[in-house]
Design a protein around this ligand. Structure first.
Ligand code: FAD
Length: 288
């Protein structure tokens, strides 16, 4: 590892000031930074540690909006009563990421900033229509997560900006939601395909609202607009589920890599979307 300087600001203003200079990058839990640094894939002259900055790890429900501080760990997200009641798929995914050590250190802000196509919080946050709040010495701004993610490891944020929080509306009462992932084995692996769903059904099983997102099958996590449009307004039966799975496969742009071939990933999309929608179509399936 090449040597680096380390700054440990004690306030958000200090952190913003520290990041204003060139060659500096934030570190939160370090679960992506340290392996990337060891592999020679993370460049910075100075790391700015965000972990001592207060006020960045609350999960709140205020004025009809959930706000998750960027430094919230997976352990905290899994235990959050707000998420369990109003966005259960995000609490569920937090218990699937890595093992206990990674869940205790890894943060949601780090997962978003790292912008891996396989980042597991990203499909759930996309179906929650999340907004990302950024702060820097120059001011604050917000953008939709879908606009924030630009490509593998690429985002719309500038080097001096800190992800402060991520925000979204609570799921309405009766909404059904689910996160599924496929890996090469059960634990401690990066997803080969992942899928997140939010559905609202009326009393006759007709789809009122549908949101479907995929991970690890395109340069970024993606929403499947055509599958969603197909689902809305129709009864959620086997035929519709099969057609929605076809539409999701068509939206995927997977690559061959060390974990899986593109063909396997396409097959995985079909399997996960069929499985997810079938589970959600069952009486009470995924219901809050
Ligand atoms: C053993 C192991 C298993 C893993 N399993 C999974 C898994 O199953 N699913 C999964 O999705 N990921 C997994 N990961 C990856 C990693 O744990 C997550 O991406 C985690 O959320 C990263 O958070 P962090 O706080 O550790 O980020 P860090 O490593 O500290 O930072 C990651 C990147 O984000 C930037 N950054 C961090 N915080 C901020 C902020 N607030 N504002 C702006 N930039 C910021 C850093 O500069 C860096 O570029 C695993 C990692 C390990 C080591």
């Amino acid at each position: 590892m090449t040597p680096f300087d380390f700054l440990s600001p004690q306030t958000l203003a200090e952190a913003c000031h520290a990041l204003a200079a060139a060659g500096r990058r934030p570190i939160a839990g370090g679960t992506d930074v340290i392996p990337q640094w060891r592999a020679g894939r993370f460049q910075a002259e100075t790391l700015v540690d965000l972990s001592r900055v207060p006020g960045l790890s609350d999960v709140t429900l205020r004025d009809g909006e959930i706000a998750i501080g960027a430094l919230s760990t997976y352990t905290e997200l899994h235990a959050s009563p707000v998420l369990r009641a109003h966005a259960p798929l995000l609490a569920e995914v937090s218990a699937m990421i890595g093992g206990a050590q990674t869940q205790n250190r890894g943060t949601i802000g780090g997962n978003i900033a790292n912008a891996s196509p396989a980042g597991d919080t990203l499909p759930p946050l996309l179906v929650l229509d999340a907004q990302v709040d950024l702060i820097s010495a120059a001011g604050e701004r917000s953008l939709a997560l879908s606009a924030f993610l630009r490509g593998p490891g690429q985002t719309a944020s500038e080097a001096h900006e800190i992800i402060r929080r991520v925000r979204f509306a609570p799921l309405p009462r009766g909404a059904r939601s689910l996160f599924l992932r496929l890996g090469n084995r059960q634990g401690m692996v990066i997803s080969v395909v992942s899928a997140a769903f939010v559905l609202q059904l009326d009393d006759h099983g007709r789809v009122e609202e549908a949101r479907v997102a995929l991970g690890a099958v395109a340069p970024t996590a993606i929403r499947c607009a055509e599958a969603e449009a197909l689902l809305r307004g129709r009864p959620l039966d086997d035929d519709l589920i099969a057609r929605a799975a076809d539409a999701a496969v068509a939206a995927a742009r997977p690559i061959d890599d060390v974990r899986a071939s593109a063909a396997y990933r396409r097959h995985g999309v079909r399997v996960l979307v069929r499985r997810g929608l079938t589970q959600l179509s069952a009486p009470g399936g995924g219901e809050q």
